[in-house]
Write a protein that binds this ligand. Structure first.
Ligand code: MTE
Length: 256
């Protein structure tokens, strides 16, 4: 088990473009601006029981667990975080997906009054992500409500976010407001903004370089300095034993 990154780094070095593209924009702006109550999450599309959930109901839906996961960003840095939440499958079971539900699309809050970053066209808002249904149902896929023993700070995606530990960090959508079950593969925000750089799957794969930099190694947050070593990046971010079977027979260079 790896040692968790310090809380200060995880809450101070963030990607949450709705609050700006610099790493310290989200911690500077989100705590003042993001209102996390009232908060509803709409679950719709190919499900027998479409409905909306209040955040306080979601907090009680299933037993909370602490899970220490690595998050690796496509920018080639990583962190080890004690998340608190429960498997997304707990929510999915309750809405009963139909046989047509092959993918799940996640959309996050896009409110220009609370989110100054929406003024920039750096991404097409709202921020959208997608998973195949079996990835969404995988027991490692977490609906997270907290970290380090407390509720999520705004900059880390309050009041609830996804954490998919074998994918690039950008699959872990923050501040979720809509979960839609669909038949066609969703187009995620990163794919839309730079289709030559980002694909649908986003599995951590050290053998597929980003067009502008290598993905073979990573810098762990907090391990800076002249003599800090870069860590080799592991296939599926080290979770291959649990998830490689989901991709058996797929060409993960082409389907990156
Ligand atoms: N979710 C939203 N809504 N907006 C974002 O810009 N950035 C993603 C992901 N989820 C992002 C998002 C990226 S690129 C990363 S690396 C992780 O959030 C970072 O999560 P952290 O700041 O809690 O480490």
């Amino acid at each position: 088990m790896e040692r968790p990154t310090t809380r200060d780094l995880v809450t101070g070095y963030c990607n949450f473009y709705e609050f700006g593209t610099e790493k310290d924009d989200p911690p500077r702006h989100a705590p003042k601006l993001l209102r996390t109550r009232p908060w509803q999450v709409v679950v719709e599309g190919e499900v027998r029981r479409p409905r909306s959930f209040d955040i306080d109901e979601l907090l009680k839906l299933a037993p909370m667990e602490e899970r220490i996961y690595r998050l690796r960003c496509v920018e080639a840095w990583s962190a080890v975080v004690p998340w608190i939440g429960y498997p997304l499958s707990e929510l999915i079971r309750r809405v009963e997906p139909t046989g047509n539900a092959r993918y799940v699309e996640f959309a996050t809050l896009a409110d220009p009054k609370q989110m100054p970053g929406l003024r920039s066209r750096v991404l097409d808002w709202p921020y959208v992500e997608g998973l195949r249904i079996d990835e969404a149902m995988h027991p490692l896929t977490l609906l997270a409500f907290g970290l380090y023993g407390e509720l999520l700070p705004s900059q880390n995606g309050a009041p609830l976010r996804l954490v998919v530990p074998w994918k690039y960090g950008f699959k872990s959508a923050k501040s979720l407001v809509r979960i839609r079950f669909v038949e066609q593969q969703p187009v995620n925000s990163w794919q839309k903004s730079a289709p030559n750089e980002y694909g649908f799957y986003s599995n951590v794969n050290p053998n597929v370089d980003h067009p502008r930099w290598s993905q073979a190694s990573e810098r762990r947050l907090g391990e800076d300095g002249l003599f800090a070593r870069r860590r080799p990046t592991l296939m599926f971010n080290g979770y291959g034993e649990q998830v490689a079977a989901l991709y058996a027979g797929m060409d993960l260079k082409r389907l990156y």
